[in-house]
Design a protein around this ligand. Sequence first.
Ligand code: HEC
Ligand code: HEC
Length: 200
Amino acid sequence: MSGVGWKIVILAIVGAIGPALAWDGGDVRVRNCNWCHGTGGQGYTVAPRLAGQRSQYIESQIRSFREHTRDNPFSKQYMWGAVAALAPKDARDLASYFASLPPRPANDGDTNLAARGRTIYLEGIPEANVASCYACHGPNAEGVREIPRLAGLSYGYLKTRLEQWGQGYHSGMGTPMPVVARSLGPSEVESLASYLSFVR
Ligand code: HEC
Ligand code: HEC
């Protein structure tokens, strides 16, 4: 093959794999997030796992941080600034990038509480007006569209989120979660967070 021919072949290959390479973990935009959200977006201390989260949910939360509707202390302290200058196109690209990564379950709940958590997740507690989570978050807590995946998020993050809605903090507009969370007592929150931390 002539020199020119080879160049065309090489350009075609680079063109085909270019977009994927631009979105590996080395991309500076991804590094800006993983600095807090951990290697591969798997979560680190108070920053939740983003890997495997629904892309529409990630985008909706970025909007809530930007509009300051998600207003709990860590959101204010860490996320309001992190997304302030993020272009909508980058938000969309980051959301689909993180959604495409395989999530690892945190497995850090209390195993003794997991069975009770599973029952509440699937059936709710009708006599106490606790809704089943399954109805919205899906049979394996995988989520759909703007409803987040809960499977395998860390115990501490899930527990804090559920407690904060009960304390009057906000997130998305029109979310049913404040009503759901206020119906849960401390032992229900601990059971649900334990169960969900083990779901793959
Ligand atoms: C300085 C640390 C920090 C940086 C940088 C950061 N985050 Fe966060 N992020 C957090 C923390 C802490 C939370 C948890 C907020 C809470 O407790 O409600 C969070 C929450 C989130 C959530 C909500 C997840 C959920 O399950 O509800 C999304 C989405 C998110 N971050 C995306 C990003 C993206 C995209 C970037 C990069 C542009 C980024 N973050 C950069 C610390 C950070
Ligand atoms: C009527 C539908 C509905 C029901 C029922 C429901 N959820 Fe949700 N849940 C949502 C939506 C929508 C969101 C996203 C909220 C937002 O945008 O702020 C959410 C968000 C969450 C989050 C935040 C996840 C994250 O990554 O920060 C947790 C935790 C959660 N739900 C737990 C539960 C549990 C536990 C139950 C059952 C007791 C439950 N949900 C029942 C619709 C529902």
